[in-house]
Design a protein around this ligand. Structure first.
Ligand SMILES: Nc1ncnc2c1ncn2[C@@H]1O[C@H](COP(=O)(O)OP(=O)(O)OP(=O)(O)O)[C@@H](O)[C@H]1O
Length: 681
């Protein structure tokens, strides 16, 4: 059988080669002879295949055996086109306007909706803002300002043209069929790729939708004309929108005028506006939605302030639970002494200022209690109160605890870094307890925060502004530490803006009874009876550990007492020592007095002075001798003088100089009381 001859007419050599290769893939060499254009071939070819209709005009081809090829796209190059967003602006480049238009038409017919502008030699227009070109292999024609070139390659013959060639030449179509399987496979693989990326997009969309609806902020996305593109559940809840009809596409400013129109007053998009809607106060923020460098609409985000206030409250409650808020208020400070009343009135005044406070006082006097009260009474009372105790803070940790650290600063450091206590105390108060124990390098950093009101995390480079009030406390003599070079003088002056001194308990003994009764009530179910002797011991005691020691003593007494009654036996160790010492001293005194004379003689001298004291009188030796005689004791003035000197030497009486008379002391009265039961006549 004669081998049919196909004349292939193309404009370029490259196209000829692509077509040739394609046809020989489908038809065996011995089935079909493919030839290029010359006169002879034109005459005796069985079929003429033109690559483009334009070629019809170049020469008179016999119409009955001429077909114009339909051209497709190289599937292997389609992927880049598919990835290009559908509303992209691009130029389509080719050698002639009509060839360019042909590609544009083809792409449109395939469903690509890019904004395509023809570009060919001589068109010379520069289209602003376009940086993508679609080009069938002729990359050299692409203008230099284009950054993104999508080469779709030389467009091959459309599959239908190959089928037509096979039919017109009466060729075996079995091979064509088998080849078509490969073509279909390519399409399937491409569409699989596409559908898997579509799946990813679908999943992403799904996740975005979920996030959109999970946030508590109201979110409304609108297009450039204010039509709603998307609205989340929170937005509908906040705006009380329960209309079941679809809200998408509706005009947002018409539907929610207060939210959109009132908010328009803020010119700056980033500005936050407060708008009243349905008796709710909403904080509104707007931002632009930008896609491919183009603004396509706006996102309006809003929160119900009442909800924020509620959240703040519950956070504050949580902070209280973990100790980040004041545990005590001024009502917790007990005591009715003049000193405590004075200090409370100072505390109230100090609390109204925002200055640094330095609380001085011995251990256990209640410095922490005062710090909490100042914070609680201040304008920062609703903010955090962060206590830092330098006595218990390891030196190695002090800096990172106070100032925080950045991610990756040390091995084992928390991912994402950690806030320091100063940052946590923002808008509140930091209580620097036992400040005298702060290491010198930390003192330097503290000074910097106090001066600059900014902190820098360990390993960080940014300064973080903090608004924190400082209350410091110490039981040490800071002035002395400054002299010894252990405390920075500049920090000392920074801290001593408002110093207050909490007096030790022994200087305000009136408070002992208030505190005693309060703590006893707190430590026992039924209020116990307290023997007066115990009260006397408690009032006489020096309380080196102050209120903290008193709490301990009450706990001890209520634990060991019998029959709900506290007696001398229930006093703890430190009292027993004192009582034994007192007893020893008493016995020593009695022994000394007895050595010097009759105890009764001392008794009458003391009793005579005690009587005079009751009458608010100081009496001289002569009067004492007189009184002693009245009592029936015949003591010479000399003897009386000697006994009075002994009493004076033991602190039982005071003797005035030059006839000013003498007076019984408190210890003298105590001894008198002790001797009374046995010696009183
Ligand atoms: N005036 C007061 N009224 C009621 N409780 C008090 C009073 N003063 C102190 N306390 C109680 O005494 C205990 C010790 O007080 P706080 O810890 O405030 O003393 P501090 O001076 O800070 O001691 P330190 O210097 O040892 O830290 C606490 O339990 C506190 O509640």
């Amino acid at each position: 059988m004669k081998r049919p001859k196909l004349l292939l007419v193309t404009k370029s050599r490259q196209t000829f080669e692509v077509f040739h290769q394609q046809l020989t893939e489908y038809f065996k060499d011995d089935d079909l002879q493919i030839v290029s254009l010359n006169e002879e071939n034109c005459r005796d070819s069985d079929l003429i295949l033109l690559s483009s209709e334009k070629l019809m005009d170049t020469q008179k081809f016999p119409a009955e055996k001429t077909i114009v090829s339909r051209r497709g796209l190289d599937i292997s190059k389609l992927e880049d086109l598919v990835k290009l967003p559908s509303d992209s602006e691009c130029i389509v480049v080719n050698n002639l306007l009509e060839n360019t238009d042909e590609i544009i038409d083809l792409l449109k017919s395939l469903g690509f909706e890019f904004n395509m502008h023809p570009y060919y030699p001589g068109s010379n227009q520069k289209i602003d803002g376009i940086d993508t070109a679609i080009v069938p292999s002729v990359i050299e024609l692409v203008p230099p300002y284009i950054k993104n070139i999508i080469d779709i390659g030389i467009r091959p013959l459309d599959f239908s043209t190959i089928i037509e060639v096979s039919i017109r030449l009466g060729l075996d179509s079995e091979k064509v069929n088998s080849q078509s399987t490969r073509y279909v496979k390519e399409i399937i693989s491409l569409s699989q790729k596409l559908s898997s990326s579509l799946d990813i997009v679908k999943n992403l969309n799904h996740q975005l939708e979920a996030i959109f609806n999970t946030v508590h902020d109201g979110l409304i996305a609108t297009d450039d004309h204010g039509h709603i593109l998307k609205i989340n559940k929170a937005a509908k809840d906040i705006l009380n929108y329960s209309n079941p009809e679809s809200i998408l596409g509706k005009n947002a400013p018409l539907l929610f005028p207060r939210l959109f129109i009132e908010n328009k007053k803020s010119k700056d998009l980033k500005e936050t506006a407060i708008v009243n809607v349905n008796e709710k106060k909403l904080v509104v923020n707007k931002s632009e939605i930008i896609v491919n460098n183009r603004k396509i609409g706006e996102l309006t985000a809003f929160q119900d302030v009442t909800r924020i206030q509620y959240l703040e409250k519950s956070i504050r409650k949580d902070m209280q639970k973990i100790g980040f808020s004041s545990r005590y208020t001024s009502k917790d400070i007990l005591g009715s002494s003049r000193k405590i009343k004075e200090i409370m009135s100072v505390v109230e005044k100090i609390a109204k200022t925002d200055h640094t406070v330095m609380i001085l006082g011995e251990n256990g006097t209640g410095k922490e209690l005062f710090a909490h009260s100042i914070h609680d009474l201040s304008a920062r009372g609703d903010g955090p109160l962060i206590p830092v105790n330098f006595a218990g803070l390891p030196q190695s940790l002090a800096e990172s605890e106070l100032f925080g650290y950045e991610d990756g600063t040390f091995t084992g450091a928390k991912k994402g870094g950690k806030q320091g206590l100063f940052e946590i105390a923002h808008n509140g108060t930091i209580f620097l307890d036992e400040i005298g124990d702060a290491p010198l390098h930390i003192q330097t950093l503290l000074l910097r925060v106090l001066q600059e009101k900014q902190v820098m995390r360990v390993g960080g480079r940014n300064l973080i502004p903090v608004n924190v009030r400082v209350i410091a406390a110490t039981n040490k003599d800071l002035k002395q530490l400054v002299k010894e070079g252990k405390f920075r003088e500049d920090l000392y002056y920074r801290l001593f803006v408002l110093p207050i001194r909490v007096p030790p308990l022994r200087e305000r003994k009136e408070d002992i009874l208030d505190l005693l009764h309060y703590f006893i009530e707190n430590n026992s179910t039924a209020t116990p009876e307290i023997s007066p002797a115990v009260i006397k011991e408690l009032l006489d005691y020096d309380w080196p550990g102050n209120v903290r020691e008193l709490i301990g003593v009450v706990q001890y007494m209520t634990a060991v007492m019998d029959d709900n009654c506290i007696t001398l036996n229930d006093l703890p160790e430190q009292f027993r020592e004192k009582m034994e010492k007192d007893e020893r001293q008493e016995n020593d005194l009695l022994a000394t007095l007895q050595k010097e004379g009759d105890l009764k003689e001392f008794y009458v001298i003391l009793s005579s002075l005690s009587q005079a004291k009751k009458q608010m009188k100081n009496i001289g030796r002569g009067k004492v001798v007189e009184n002693v005689m009245i009592e029936g004791y015949n003591l010479t003035e000399q003897k009386v003088r000697r006994r009075m000197a002994i009493l004076r030497d033991h602190g039982l009486i005071y003797c005035g100089v030059k006839g000013k008379g003498s007076k019984i002391s408190e210890t003298g009265e105590a001894l008198l009381k002790m001797l009374e039961p046995t010696l009183k006549v």
